[in-house]
Design a protein around this ligand. Structure first.
Ligand code: GTR
Length: 418
């Protein structure tokens, strides 16, 4: 049984295997489409200033996404408790001070929880900004750090413990040394602790904790796995705000791929995140759905029905009927910092669609007197564009690289210290 789940999950996780034979990769065949107006109220009235954006239009768009796309998130638990352990000064060869914080989603220890791994620049004299990200595997994969216990939970559909050989296996994607050298911290949480990522994984995660008595499945407008993972990012933020070593006003939420979609949704709802970074978030993330290029709504709904809510299923092959598109999701980050990034060979995520999502959301930043992308012309490789909304496309495959992090660090410096 376990083996079977593992195989199904492995197939779903491998980016390329999810790709369909009928997929569109010819720009000339992208259908004509009209995007819904981000700056028009449902009534048709035009939004002309930041006040009516905040008070009237933003709540409308948030409600659309809560009902039609990701579903309502679980509530913040009445009592959270934190246990700080795994303290080490001078971890990572002297570069970092490390903490591991267990966040219990209730008053009692021993109940549902997640572990947050936090690296701060060694000996920092004041509170530092932090990049927070959910990760695809245990926190021990973030860096090659023997002081971090191996994860015990599910990874890619197989129940733990993780092998010693996986220690540091995601280090290239996190670039902790670059982050520390820039004077910032890095916090990671394993998304498998919140809900393992496969159809049927829900029962091992946090969603059922919020069901009504007798309820076994979410209602059509109740959150899927992305809502659950995003909820965890907010619970991590609850802790970070309390930690005196962290500058809670400067926390950037980062996510790659399905966790990029998650970062966008968490950042849309939780305005405590001062920056949101969506690395190759693709369909259901930054990419315009109406383009039909690469992954489509029907692919998401058939391969990953557990990610979105029940109502989202009706939009398979009906993107034109969506009362939203990705620029609506991105607009919810305004006026905070937003970074959208693509990779040239990651056609499945539709790089041009990701750029257009960011470009079409930008008028909302302008309401606040801030510059967004500033052009409708997609830039060439390795030429980041934009100001408070920024975009780049790099060469290479679907991944997170040192080049991506170099751009995020520059962007964060500009957002945080200008
Ligand atoms: C793919 C999926 C994408 C993207 C990616 C990932 O299989 O089709 O939407 O989220 O997985 O998370 O790596």
């Amino acid at each position: 049984m376990l083996k079977r789940i593992a195989l199904v999950v492995l197939a779903a996780c491998l980016h390329s295997t999810a790709q369909q034979a009928d997929v569109l990769y010819d720009e000339a065949k992208v259908p004509n489409f009209t995007l819904p107006e981000v700056l028009a109220l449902r009534s048709g009235e035009r939004v002309r200033d930041a006040k009516s954006w905040n008070n009237r239009r933003r709540p409308e768009i948030l409600a659309i996404y809560q009902t039609e796309v990701f579903g309502k998130s679980p509530a913040k638990p009445a009592k959270l408790s934190y246990e700080v352990k795994g303290l080490e000064k001078g971890a990572l060869g002297g570069k970092a001070d490390r903490k591991i914080v267990t966040v219990y989603f209730g008053e009692t220890r021993g109940g549902p929880k997640m572990d947050l791994l936090l690296y701060l620049p060694a000996g920092a004299k004041k509170a530092v900004p932090v990049f927070l990200g959910l990760s695809f595997s245990g926190i021990h994969t973030t860096a090659n750090d023997p002081g971090v216990p191996l994860a015990q939970q599910w990874v890619r559909g197989v129940q733990g413990p993780s092998p010693e050989s996986s220690r540091g296996s995601a280090a290239q994607r996190w670039q902790v040394e670059k982050i520390l050298a820039a004077g910032y911290g890095l916090a990671t949480v394993d998304y498998n602790e919140i809900e393992p990522d496969f159809v049927g994984g829900m029962k091992y995660g946090i969603r059922p904790l919020f069901f009504k008595p007798g309820q076994t499945e979410p209602a059509e407008d109740e959150g899927g796995a992305i809502a659950a993972w995003g909820w965890a990012a907010s619970r991590a933020m609850d802790y970070l705000e309390k930690d005196k070593d962290v500058d809670g006003k400067r926390v950037a939420l980062f996510g790659h791929s399905r966790l990029g979609k998650t970062a966008l949704w968490a950042g849309a709802q939780d305005t405590r995140f001062s920056i949101v970074i969506a690395n190759e978030s693709g369909e259901g993330g930054a990419a315009i759905s109406r383009r039909d290029y690469g992954e489509r709504t029907k692919d998401l709904n058939s391969h990953f029905p557990h990610w979105f809510d029940g109502n989202f299923k009706k939009y398979s092959e009906r993107e034109d009927e969506m009362p939203f598109d990705s620029h609506f999701l991105l607009s919810l980050i305004a006026p905070r910092g937003l970074y959208v990034a693509s990779a040239e060979e990651d056609r499945w995520s539709d790089p041009r669609g990701e750029f257009l999502g960011a470009a079409n959301a930008s008028p909302v930043w302008e309401l606040f007197g801030k510059k967004g992308i500033g052009t409708m012309e997609m830039p060439g490789l390795h030429q980041p564009v934009g100001d408070h909304v920024r975009y780049h496309i790099r060469s290479g495959k679907h991944d997170v690289t040192a080049h991506d992090w170099e751009q995020y660090l520059k962007f964060a410096a500009a957002e945080w210290w200008r």
